[in-house]
Design a binder for this molecule. Structure first.
Ligand SMILES: *[C@@H]1O[C@H](CO)[C@@H](O)[C@H](O)[C@H]1NC(C)=O
Ligand SMILES: *[C@@H]1O[C@H](CO)[C@@H](O)[C@H](O)[C@H]1NC(C)=O
Ligand SMILES: *[C@@H]1O[C@H](CO)[C@@H](O)[C@H](O)[C@H]1NC(C)=O
Ligand SMILES: *[C@@H]1O[C@H](CO)[C@@H](O)[C@H](O)[C@H]1NC(C)=O
Ligand SMILES: *[C@@H]1O[C@H](CO)[C@@H](O)[C@H](O)[C@H]1NC(C)=O
Ligand SMILES: *[C@@H]1O[C@H](CO)[C@@H](O)[C@H](O)[C@H]1NC(C)=O
Ligand SMILES: *[C@@H]1O[C@H](CO)[C@@H](O)[C@H](O)[C@H]1NC(C)=O
Ligand SMILES: *[C@@H]1O[C@H](CO)[C@@H](O)[C@H](O)[C@H]1NC(C)=O
Ligand SMILES: *[C@@H]1O[C@H](CO)[C@@H](O)[C@H](O)[C@H]1NC(C)=O
Ligand SMILES: *[C@@H]1O[C@H](CO)[C@@H](O)[C@H](O)[C@H]1NC(C)=O
Ligand SMILES: *[C@@H]1O[C@H](CO)[C@@H](O)[C@H](O)[C@H]1NC(C)=O
Ligand SMILES: *[C@H]1O[C@@H](CO)[C@H](O)[C@@H](O)[C@@H]1NC(C)=O
Length: 703
C-alpha cells in the first residue's frame, strides 16, 4: 500500500481513536487459552494444537510434539507430483466440448474421470505434502498413549507457545513448542529433571506422499515405503542439514541445538527415514527444526524464535479490530467470545499465507491440499472487516494478479471476454478438471467484494488503481457471460452452470437467484469503480446490469433458480447451502429486492431447511442475514450452532464427509461477528443482542 493509503488508513484509525486502547486485549485473549488434560478425551485426539505462521504449521499431540500421534507439518510451498503422467493416461482424455443448451459452446476444461484419466491425474497433482514428523523416544523406544499420564497442555494464544507436561516412568517431562513468525522453523524446549541424561531422544521421520487420497486426515503420508524417496544428511557440531528428495520435490530440514546436547550426533535408524539424537542433558534441551525449499543459510536459535513468536502474537492481537464481550453475563456471549478469539488464532496460523488456504488449512489434506477460489470469501474477507491488512495483503489481491493471465486464457478458450476465475486450484493457478470445477460461477464476483471493502476503508486513487485491472477483466467476463434471451428480453445466467450448492443439474439450471444478485453487485461495483475514476461506464455493462433476468420467485418466496418445482417440499432443494439467504446479508440489498418475498423466503428456510448436513459457513451466512434483518439474537444462536471443538477447530464441512477442521466456518464466524460489532453501509454501529454489553474497537461498517 502506498504512503497515501497508509495515511488515509492512519487517519481513519485516529478518527476512531477515542475507543482505542480501552480494551486490555491480551488480558481478554489470555482467558481463552485452550487447555487439554486428558489423553482419554477424544476431542484431544481428533484435532492437534497448532503453532505456525500462516504459511507453515506444526500440528502437535498432547506431548507438544508428534510423539504419539503422527500429526502433520504442512506448508504453502510443499507440493509433490507423481511423475510422470503416463502417456497412455493422456490418451484416455476425451473432450466434451459442449452442452446441448449451451451457446456459445462451453468447452469444459476436462471430462469426468474414466478409470484413471488424465483428468484424474490432474486433480490429484500436485498434492500438498507432509514435511515430516518430530517426536520423542524413551530409551530408544516409541512412547505410547498408555506410557504417559497426568497430561496437561495449554496453548498460550498471546505468545504462540504450547506448554505440555506429562509423567513418563514416574518422571515429569515438560515441553514448550513454538514457531517462528517469519521462517518455517520450530523451536522446542524439553525438560525432564528427574530423568537421566540420555533417557529421552528426539526423532525426525519422513513419509512418502500418498497420491490418491482426496481427503487425507488426520495423518498424512506413508512411512512404509523408504525406497521411494531419499534423505541425506550433512552435519556439523551443533547443526545438521537433511536434504529430502521425493521424485521431483526437494526440500531441506535444518536441525540445530543450542542447549543440552553438545556434540550430539544425529544418526539414522537404518533402512528408514527416521533420524534421532539423544539428549545429553535432562534438565534442559533446546532445539530448532527449520524447513525450507532451498538450503537455509541460517537457522535462528531457540531464544530468538521464542522472542519473535511472542512479539508476533502480541502485535497480532493489538493490530486491527477487537471485540470484548467478557463483561456480558449471558453465557452465550462468553461462548461467542471464546469462538472469536480461538478462530482468530487459528486463522492466523492456517489462513494467512501467500496462497489461499485449503479448507482444512495446514492441519491435513482435503482435495489433495488444493484451495478453492469460491471459498476465498469465507477464508479471507474477515481480514478486511477486522482491519488485519497485513495478514490479508500476503494473498489478496496478489492471487488475482497471479491468476489473471490463466483466467483470461480460460475465458478466451470458452468464447468469452475478460477473465474467468478458476475453482479448485494449485499454487500455479491450474484449475483442477471436473464438471463442478468448470461450471461453478459464484467465485467470479468475489474480487468486487474484496475491493469494495478495501475502498470503504481506504477510499483512495491507489486502491482504485490497484484493483482496476483485476476488476475490469472480471467484469468483462461477467458482461459477456449472460446470454440474451430474445423471448423474455433479458440477459440470462444460462446453462450449463453450477450454483453454490452444486446439487442441481447444470444443463437445466438457469438464473439462480444468489448468482444473479452477486452478478448485479459486481457489475454495479464496477460501474462505481469507473465513475470514481472519471472513466465512462461501458454501455454494454450498464445494459447487462439493467437487463439481467429478475430474481426468480414462486408461491410467494424466492426460489433457487428458474424452472424449479417443489422448492419447499423436495428434500433435495432444502438441503446443502441456503445461498438464497445471502442476497440480503452477505450482499447488500439489491434495488430489485422485494423484502416481502425475502422475509417469507427466510421464514421458509428457518422452518423447512434440513440443517443435518449443513456446512459450517451456512450458519455464518444465515447469521449475517439475521443481523441485517434486525435479529441479532438469532444470529448469535446460529453462530453457536456451528460445531467447534474445545480449541476452536470447526467441525467437518457437512454431510459429504469433509473431514475436520473446516476453516470457512471460522472465517464466517468472524465476518458475522464484525457485522454485530460494526454494522454495514446503511446502518453502521453495534448490533449486539439486547442486554449485551460488548465493547468493540476498530470496526467500520461493512458492505
Ligand atoms: C485442565 O486442567 C486445568 C487446571 O489444571 C483446568 O482449569 C481446566 O479446566 C482443565 N481442562 C479440561 C478440558 O478439563
Ligand atoms: C482434446 O482437446 C485438446 C485441447 O483442445 C486437444 O489438444 C486434444 O487433441 C483433444 N483430444 C481429443 C481426444 O479430442
Ligand atoms: C542413545 O540412546 C539409546 C537408548 O538409550 C542408546 O541405545 C544409544 O546408544 C544412544 N546413542 C548415543 C549416540 O548415545
Ligand atoms: C501467556 O503468555 C503471555 C506472554 O508471555 C504471558 O503474559 C501470560 O501470562 C501467559 N498466560 C498464561 C496463562 O500463562
Ligand atoms: C512409580 O510410582 C508408583 C507410585 O507413585 C510406584 O508404585 C511405582 O513403583 C513407581 N514406578 C517406578 C518405575 O518407579
Ligand atoms: C501476464 O501476461 C503478460 C503479457 O503476456 C506478461 O507481461 C505478464 O508478466 C504476465 N503476468 C503473469 C503474472 O504471469
Ligand atoms: C442433462 O444431463 C443429464 C445427465 O446429467 C441428462 O440425462 C439430461 O438428458 C440432460 N438434459 C438436457 C435437457 O440436456
Ligand atoms: C408452487 O406451488 C405449487 C402448488 O403447491 C407447486 O406445485 C409448485 O411446485 C410450487 N412451485 C415451486 C417453485 O416450488
Ligand atoms: C413484492 O412481492 C409481493 C408478494 O409477491 C407482492 O405482493 C408485491 O407487490 C411485491 N412488491 C413489489 C414492490 O413488487
Ligand atoms: C436431512 O439430511 C440428512 C443428511 O444429509 C439426511 O440423512 C436426511 O434424510 C435429511 N432429512 C430429510 C427430512 O430429508
Ligand atoms: C473432553 O473435552 C471436552 C471439551 O473440553 C469436554 O467438554 C469434555 O467434558 C471432556 N471429556 C472428558 C471425558 O474429559
Ligand atoms: C534411563 O531410564 C532408566 C529406566 O528405564 C534406565 O534404567 C536407565 O538405564 C536409563 N538411562 C540411560 C542413560 O539410558
Amino acid at each position: 500500500m502506498s504512503w497515501l493509503a497508509w495515511y488515509v488508513g492512519a487517519l481513519w484509525l485516529v478518527l476512531t481513536a477515542p475507543c482505542f486502547a480501552a480494551i486490555d486485549r491480551l488480558q481478554v485473549v489470555d482467558k481463552f487459552n485452550p487447555q487439554r488434560n486428558s489423553t482419554a478425551n477424544k476431542t484431544d485426539w481428533e484435532t492437534p494444537l497448532q503453532v505456525g505462521n500462516g504459511n507453515f504449521a506444526f500440528n502437535a499431540d498432547i506431548t507438544g510434539l508428534q510423539t504419539i500421534k503422527p500429526f502433520n507439518t504442512l506448508s504453502v510451498w510443499g507440493w509433490h507430483n507423481s511423475t510422470p503422467p503416463p502417456t497412455d493416461i493422456i490418451l484416455q482424455r476425451t473432450n466434451r466440448t459442449s452442452w446441448p443448451e449451451a451457446e456459445p459452446p462451453t468447452p469444459l476444461s476436462d471430462p469426468e474421470p474414466e478409470k484413471i484419466t488424465y483428468s484424474e491425474w490432474q486433480r490429484r497433482n500436485p498434492h500438498r505434502i507432509n514435511l515430516g514428523r518430530v517426536g520423542l523416544l524413551y530409551n530408544g523406544k516409541e512412547i505410547a498413549a498408555q506410557d504417559i499420564s497426568e497430561t496437561k497442555q495449554r496453548l498460550n494464544l498471546s505468545s504462540g507457545v504450547i506448554a505440555s507436561a506429562f509423567t513418563l516412568d514416574n518422571s515429569s517431562v515438560e515441553v514448550e513448542t513454538m514457531a517462528s513468525p517469519s521462517l518455517d522453523a520450530l523451536a522446542f524446549r524439553i525438560q525432564a529433571e528427574s530423568l537421566e541424561p540420555g533417557n529421552l531422544s528426539v526423532f525426525l521421520d519422513f513419509p512418502y506422499p500418498v497420491t490418491n487420497k482426496k481427503f487425507e486426515a488426520p495423518y498424512m503420508g506413508n512411512y512404509r515405503v523408504p525406497d521411494k524417496h531419499t534423505t541425506t544428511i550433512k552435519q556439523w557440531s551443533s547443526r545438521a542439514e537433511l536434504k529430502r528428495q521425493i521424485d521431483g520435490t526437494t526440500y531441506f530440514v535444518n536441525v540445530a541445538w543450542d542447549t543440552g546436547t553438545p556434540n550430539t550426533k544425529i544418526r539414522r535408524v537404518s533402512g528408514s527415514h527416521r533420524f534421532m539424537f539423544n539428549t545429553t542433558s535432562a534438565t534442559q534441551v533446546n532445539f530448532v527444526v527449520h524447513y525450507s525449499r532451498s538450503s537455509p543459510g541460517f537457522t535462528p536459535g531457540f531464544e530468538a524464535i521464542k522472542r519473535d513468536s511472542k512479539w508476533f502474537w502480541q502485535n497480532y492481537w493489538k493490530d486491527g479490530a477487537f471485540i470484548d464481550c467478557t463483561s456480558t453475563a449471558d453465557p452465550k456471549a462468553q461462548e461467542l467470545q471464546r469462538r472469536i478469539i480461538q478462530s482468530q488464532y487459528l486463522l492466523a496460523v492456517n489462513s494467512a499465507g501467500t496462497d489461499p488456504p485449503q479448507e482444512s488449512g495446514l492441519v491435513n489434506n482435503g482435495w489433495y491440499g488444493k484451495f478453492h477460489m469460491e471459498m476465498v470469501f469465507w477464508h479471507l474477507a474477515h481480514w478486511e472487516r477486522w482491519g488485519k491488512w497485513e495478514r490479508l495483503g500476503t494473498v489478496i489481491p496478489s492471487i488475482y494478479n497471479r491468476f489473471l493471465n490463466s483466467s483470461v486464457v480460460r475465458a478466451t478458450s470458452q468464447g468469452y471476454e475478460g477473465a474467468r476465475w478458476g475453482k479448485m486450484s494449485d499454487s500455479e493457478g491450474v484449475s483442477s478438471p471436473g464438471e463442478v470445477n468448470s461450471l461453478l460461477i459464484w467465485q467470479q464476483p468475489h474480487p468486487f467484494y474484496f475491493a469494495e471493502l478495501e475502498y470503504s476503508v481506504f477510499p483512495t486513487q491507489h486502491t482504485l488503481q490497484k484493483w482496476h485491472p483485476i476488476l475490469e477483466a472480471t467484469s468483462r467476463f461477467m458482461v459477456s457471460f449472460p446470454r440474451y434471451n430474445s423471448e423474455t428480453k433479458v440477459y440470462d445466467l444460462a446453462p450449463p452452470i453450477h450454483i453454490v450448492s452444486e446439487n442441481t443439474r447444470p444443463n437445466m439450471t438457469k438464473n439462480p437467484t444468489f448468482e444473479l444478485a452477486y452478478w448485479r453487485f459486481g457489475l454495479q461495483t464496477m460501474s462505481s469503480w469507473y465513475t470514481r475514476q472519471s472513466i465512462p461506464v461501458p454501455s454494454k455493462l450498464t445494459e447487462v446490469y439493467e437487463n439481467l433476468a429478475p430474481f426468480p420467485h414462486a408461491n410467494g418466496t424466492y426460489i433457487h433458480s428458474e424452472n424449479l418445482a417443489g422448492m419447499w417440499t423436495d428434500p433435495r432443494l432444502t438441503s446443502n447451502h441456503p445461498a438464497l439467504a445471502g442476497i440480503f446479508g452477505m450482499l447488500p440489498p439489491d434495488p430489485r429486492l422485494n423484502y416481502t418475498l425475502f422475509t417469507s423466503t427466510m421464514a421458509h428456510i428457518y422452518e423447512r431447511w434440513n440443517f443435518t448436513g449443513a456446512y459450517g459457513w451456512d450458519y455464518a451466512l444465515l447469521a449475517m442475514t439475521a443481523v441485517r434483518m434486525g435479529d441479532s439474537q438469532r444470529a448469535v444462536d446460529l453462530l453457536l450452532d456451528m460445531g467447534m471443538d474445545d480449541a476452536g477447530y470447526p467441525a467437518g464441512g457437512g454431510r459429504s464427509g469433509v473431514p475436520a477442521p473446516y476453516f470457512p466456518s471460522s472465517g464466517g464466524l468472524l465476518l458475522a461477528s464484525a457485522m454485530l460489532a460494526g454494522g454495514w453501509r446503511e446502518l453502521g454501529g453495534r448490533h449486539w443482542p439486547k442486554g449485551w454489553t460488548c465493547e468493540a474497537e476498530g470496526f467500520g461498517p461493512g458492505i
